[in-house]
Design a binder for this molecule. Sequence first.
Ligand code: HEC
Length: 139
Amino acid sequence: MYSNQVIARDVPGLDIKSEIPLLEKKGFLQTQVFVPDRLRNVNPHNALEAGRSLALTTCSNCHSLSSTGMRPLANYFGGNTDVAMVQTYLQGALGTGNTIYMPHIPLNDDEAYALARFIVSLNPSPQPVVRTAAAPEKE
Ligand code: HEC
């Protein structure tokens, strides 16, 4: 299990099953226990709030949602204000488990959109993009 409480792989000896197939089928907002009912389906009015809820459940244990603290989430998007671009990243990289360090986080279209809206809304004060292992900067 990752620290975002998702069981991402089978553990045969312990009869533990990966939750990823369920998440892929139904989504986080439908399956997570602590999501308020009004956020279970994303619509234009609740997208931002639903995105925050998703960030809390799927990212915040490793990325702080404010500008300080541990690996602030906004810093990793370099002030990107393009919701579609962020959504593509979320579904392309995280949704396929194609990142180092981070768990496989499948998000359906609505969820990725909502989370992207929230991430863009964080709009950090201008600062250099954090260096990552995936895209090292040239010295
Ligand atoms: C289990 C911990 C963990 C969770 C959960 C997690 N991350 Fe990360 N994330 C990391 C670590 C560790 C790094 C690498 C940090 C660095 O290089 O400074 C990282 C890096 C990133 C990067 C930089 C790109 C890359 O590939 O290196 C982005 C963007 C990012 N995270 C977004 C997210 C989002 C959005 C979520 C929630 C949907 C999330 N992360 C959930 C641990 C996590």
